[in-house]
Design a protein. Structure first.
Length: 248
């Protein structure tokens, strides 16, 4: 069955040279193909596409031996690997309530999704593992299985003062606060789920310590607020959000 899937992909892949990642429908199921080519985004700060590809393939395989939160690899060839579609992204779900204001049930559903994402991230951290850059567009939810999957495991870089877990938490909070007009309640739902982890409190305290140490940097970002740079504005919001969290 997987051989047929790979042969099907082999026949179509030449037309997908411009897409590093693309979806494939096969036997009524969705799969995603990831190739070892550059996505042309910020290529000068990234390691070579092949190194990133190998790192991600091994990291996904390893993570799934510990905790099933990475996508399921359905097959691979030398220049690509295929994962099973794991649902729509948190970006997609977070926008639903505003798009359908008449449907009250959506807010509860999205609150639930963020809560279980927080729980899943906490579990990963309790295993001593981390994702590297858990941004909203790289986290999916499947309503049929009620399961969160973290995609895109190729990022090994971080702010060296933070533990990998502290970095994950801060990056997610930043990624959430980058989005326009999302209610803060979903982020609190995520933190509620996260706080069920054994290591959560220590991680939050650690992030607070590092942020406080770099107060000057965030003061500088705050001065840039009138210019509305999305990333520095979100950095200031992330700083305020993290420091206001209760840790008693
Ligand atoms: N297994 C999957 N299930 C659902 N969506 C996926 C899957 N793999 C990739 N995607 C979608 O494709 C996008 C790009 O994939 P990703 O692995 O993050 O590549 P990139 O490094 O180019 O960001 C993701 O943000 C997600 O929307
Ligand atoms: Mg990605």
């Amino acid at each position: 069955m997987n051989d047929m899937l790979l042969e099907y992909i082999d026949r179509m892949i030449d037309q997908e040279k411009d897409h590093r990642v693309f979806p494939v429908e096969f036997n009524d199921k969705t799969y995603y193909v990831k190739q070892d080519i550059s996505n042309r985004r910020s290529s000068w700060i990234k390691p070579s596409p092949r190194a990133a590809f190998d790192y991600e393939f091994y990291k996904i395989s390893f993570i799934n031996t510990q905790l099933p939160v990475a996508p399921v690899i359905a097959g691979f060839r030398e220049h690509y690997f295929v994962t099973e579609g794991s649902g729509k992204t948190l970006t997609y779900y977070s926008e639903l309530p505003a798009q359908h204001p008449d449907d009250d049930s959506l807010q509860d559903m999205v609150t639930h999704i963020f809560y279980i994402f927080g729980k899943t991230l906490g579990q990963l951290h309790d295993y001593g593992l981390s994702h590297g850059r858990p941004a909203m567009r790289d986290i999916t939810y499947d309503p049929d299985t009620d399961k969160i999957t973290l995609l895109d495991w190729e990022n090994g870089r971080r702010w060296p003062e933070l533990t990998p877990q502290g970095w994950d938490l801060l990056i997610f909070v930043h990624s959430y606060l980058r989005e326009d007009n999302l209610p803060i309640s979903y982020l609190y739902a995520m933190m509620n789920g996260y706080s069920s982890a054994r290591t959560a409190r220590d991680t939050v305290l650690h992030v607070k310590d590092v942020l406080r140490k770099h107060e000057c940097l965030f003061k500088f970002c705050r001065m840039l607020n009138p210019l509305h740079f999305v990333d520095t504005e979100a950095a200031v919001k992330a700083y305020d959000f993290m420091l206001a969290l209760k840790t008693e």
